[in-house]
Design a protein around this ligand. Structure first.
Ligand SMILES: [Zn+2]
Length: 60
């Protein structure tokens, strides 16, 4: 019997997954997942993209 409360790092659901900044799709085990981290006004800004197509489609 599988314990539903066990914590697995890979077990990301649509509710907990980050969302693509362009198409707003939840990123669940996307092989093309891209994360861009940068500093804005002294704070860390993390932006997720579901793949290179969405990342390149974002102008800023
Ligand atoms: Zn996307």
């Amino acid at each position: 019997m599988v314990d539903p409360t066990s914590e697995l790092a890979e077990d990301v659901t649509e509710e907990t997954a980050p969302r693509c900044a362009v198409c707003r799709e939840p990123i669940v085990n996307e092989p093309g997942h891209r994360v861009v981290t940068r500093i804005e006004d002294g704070a860390v800004s993390t932006t997720h993209f579901c793949g290179p197509a969405c990342r390149e489609g974002r102008s800023d």
